[in-house]
Design a binder for this molecule. Structure first.
Ligand SMILES: Cc1cc2nc3c(=O)[nH]c(=O)nc-3n(C[C@H](O)[C@H](O)[C@H](O)COP(=O)(O)OP(=O)(O)OC[C@H]3O[C@@H](n4cnc5c(N)ncnc54)[C@H](O)[C@@H]3O)c2cc1C
Length: 517
């Protein structure tokens, strides 16, 4: 039997495996030399009081006792099995494909973007102010929006699937084992691309197919059933179609709408990215001027109600960068990510407010279920018009944004394409800017110094979730009126983030197996 021990340590001791192993052995009443293996089960930082402490839960394996097996998955060969089309290779599409293989089906993955390496090149070009490739950018390409994301693996939807298995799958494909026990697991944008490549290799090695630069442009519908998809002139048929195209595939929503496939308008959230100096966030969160050698870049999570409307921070990236996440030239969209060491001098986060169906109901008579999409496009275009060419984004100092005045200068930023001073408080829809301004003022009461001229807001964070849902039946998980069509992941409205999209993809694979079987 192993023994579980919990210790509360200083940041320095928590980083010293020899010290904490000896302390845990003492606590467990055994000799240090009898400990054959120590495994960290959980690590979290308690920064509520000074001095900051680290809680470590350890599992000690004592000499001669059976030790845990290394993580391993045995995927069968599916080269000659029934084919299932999976559109989109984001976390939902990739995990759907892996689960289909486990269940004995052959996934045919169709991905509009490129493989990881050429995609990396296109992303570098976007940051160098080159034109956006509408099929290869931060949202589109191998691994979807997950590949060059921040790689935080926290999810509120653990009940929707096997969370631990999803983390183990990532470790099996190259993620560090720390993600299995960290309270807020994080991979980092520098490590994700290799993991995505390894997952793609598993799919192909086991007999699945992945076709890059293959944009699905239409659906073959016959008598209330989907029998395949088209890629321009080429048509492909299969037993079922999983649609995991993410929330940026606006053309897919429009194609479905045109083909008479029922969609639904959905509430979502929109706002800005906010960026502070990381040392400021560290000093607020850790109650000390410097975070020192052993504490990670500090993060925060803020939420409040402003005049009955939720305002909250979203996808906070300590030690990170703001990135240009638009998929077309005429839009300005920003997001955030951080490398595994979270080593930049900036802390950024989405800062968004609820956008309800009532907020865009004036667009419903003309655009129906796509009204939210049109509202989102209007905001992204306004950001582009108030920014500049070549991904230059509109920005305002936080103190000016809250006070309602123009910034005459901007601090140095992590956003590589560049910023221009702009009155976001004026041109954003008033309900959004008012909620954000009041929200920031209220957050400053919780985190003194959050409202500062050293920080900026950058426009716009418009794609936290999709404003359109592709409905599905609760039992079969198929579209209620189109047999064999399985909407999945964030774009369909059933996930928000890497892990929840991955879990949804697995769930959909099981539903497909049930349908075909
Ligand atoms: C910069 C950034 C940072 C992020 N950080 C985090 C984070 O730290 N933690 C977290 O949980 N989430 C994060 N996210 C969000 C996360 O990446 C998404 O929630 C997740 O990727 C959604 O998965 P998905 O599979 O549903 O869709 P997507 O990842 O969007 O994948 C959809 C795929 O479908 C493809 N596709 C679209 N249309 C077509 C078509 N017509 N034909 C063929 N293929 C098509 C796309 O090219 C894409 O590869 C971040 C996102 C970004 C952009």
């Amino acid at each position: 039997m192993s023994k579980i021990i919990t210790l509360q340590l200083s940041p320095k001791l928590s980083a010293d495996a020899e010290s904490y192993t000896s302390m845990a052995a003492r606590e467990a009443g055994i000799k240090r030399e009898d400990v054959a293996l120590v495994r960290v089960l959980k690590r979290s930082i308690d920064a509520r009081r000074k001095p900051v402490k680290v809680n470590l839960t350890l599992e000690l394996f004592i000499d001669q006792e059976p030790q845990p097996d290394p993580i391993h998955f045995d995927y069968p060969d599916v080269s000659n099995s029934t084919e299932v089309i999976v559109v989109g290779s984001g976390p939902a599409g990739l995990f759907c494909a892996l689960r289909l293989i486990e269940l004995g089906y052959k996934p045919i993955l169709l991905e509009r973007g490129k493989e990881v390496l050429p995609r990396k090149h296109d992303i570098a070009q976007i940051n160098r102010n080159q034109a956006i490739d509408p099929d290869s950018n931060y949202a589109f390409g191998a691994g979807g929006a997950g590949t060059f994301s921040d790689g935080k693996l926290f999810t509120r939807s653990k009940k929707r699937g096997d969370y631990n298995k999803a983390l183990q799958t990532l470790v099996f494909h190259g993620a560090t084992p720390e993600i299995l026990y960290e309270a807020h697991p994080h991979i980092g944008t520098d490590k994700l691309p290799r993991i995505i490549s390894n997952i793609c290799q598993t799919i192909v090695r086991q007999g699945g197919e992945i076709h890059f630069s293959s944009r699905v442009s239409g659906f073959t519908l016959r008598n209330g059933k989907i029998v395949g998809v088209s890629l321009g002139e080429q048509k492909i048929e299969a037993a079922a179609v999983v649609l995991a195209t993410g929330h940026s595939a606006k053309d897919i929503y429009r194609t479905l709408h045109r083909d008479g496939v029922r969609l639904e308008a959905k509430a979502c959230a929109m706002g800005v990215r906010i960026e502070h100096p990381q040392r400021l966030i560290d000093s607020i969160q850790y109650h000390q001027p410097e975070r020192g050698e052993y504490l990670p870049a500090a993060s925060y999570s803020l939420v409040n109600q402003v005049d009955g409307r939720g305002v909250y921070s979203f996808c906070m990236c300590p030690g990170g960068f703001i990135v240009p996440a638009m998929t077309r030239q005429e839009e300005s969209v920003v997001n955030g990510m951080s490398p595994s060491n979270r080593g930049s001098v900036w802390a950024n986060s989405g800062l968004v407010t609820e956008v309800r169906i009532a907020d865009f109901e004036h667009l419903i008579p003309e655009h129906g279920a796509l009204a939210g999409l049109v509202f989102q496009e209007q905001l992204e275009r306004a950001a582009r018009e108030n920014g500049g060419d070549k991904q230059i984004a509109p920005a305002q100092r936080v103190s000016d944004f809250v006070a309602g005045r123009r910034s005459t200068s901007l601090p140095i930023t992590s956003y590589v394409p560049g910023l221009v001073c702009s009155r976001l408080d004026e041109w954003m829809p008033q309900f959004i800017s008012t909620a954000l301004r009041k929200g920031i003022a209220s957050f400053d009461r919780r985190m003194r110094g959050y409202l500062t001229s050293e920080a900026i807001v950058v426009g716009v964070e418009s794609r936290t979730s999709t404003p359109v849902r592709i409905p599905r039946d609760k039992e079969t998980l198929m579209h209620p009126e189109v047999q064999g069509l399985f909407p999945s992941g964030e774009g369909a409205g059933y996930a928000g983030g890497i892990i929840s999209a991955a879990l949804d993809g697995e769930r959909i694979a099981e539903a497909v197996a049930k349908y075909i079987g």
